[in-house]
Write a protein that binds this ligand. Sequence first.
Ligand SMILES: [Zn+2]
Length: 159
Amino acid sequence: MNNEIVSLYESFNKDGLALFTNKLIWFINKHKQIFSKFVFEDTLNEIKKFDAADFYLGTSEDNLEEVISSYSKQMKNATEERICYNVIHLIWDITTFMTQEVCPSCQDENLKIASSVDKTKIYKVCDNCLFTLLDNIFIDRPQEMIPATKEQVNDTEIR
Ligand SMILES: [Zn+2]
């Protein structure tokens, strides 16, 4: 598993973001037994069905090239648990849409748009301070969230 994820991460530059994201999703499907030990079942079931084309990719301010290159070094000797969390975290960072709205709580990062696992609720969330809004009301950050799709983001931005 280690060598596989390291070479996947190393392929980041030449593959482009959409193909890279789909490779991460294929990786999860291939190792779904291992991922199921560490990731909530409903969340995992949704992520397994993801297709890069359904998301706005790479909208966060992170320098993905730098981030992924440092992850790839960390993955050489990482445990299965670490690899699973890292891959899920990376998918979140690539596919979760970042708005132009600065977090009103920490004012240090822009809010992102996330969805409940059953896709009935849309949240605005801050990854920095965990501030979370549901229908403009402050709530505790839910345990399970998935990135909002393009369609969900478009609906939110129109409102
Ligand atoms: Zn914040």
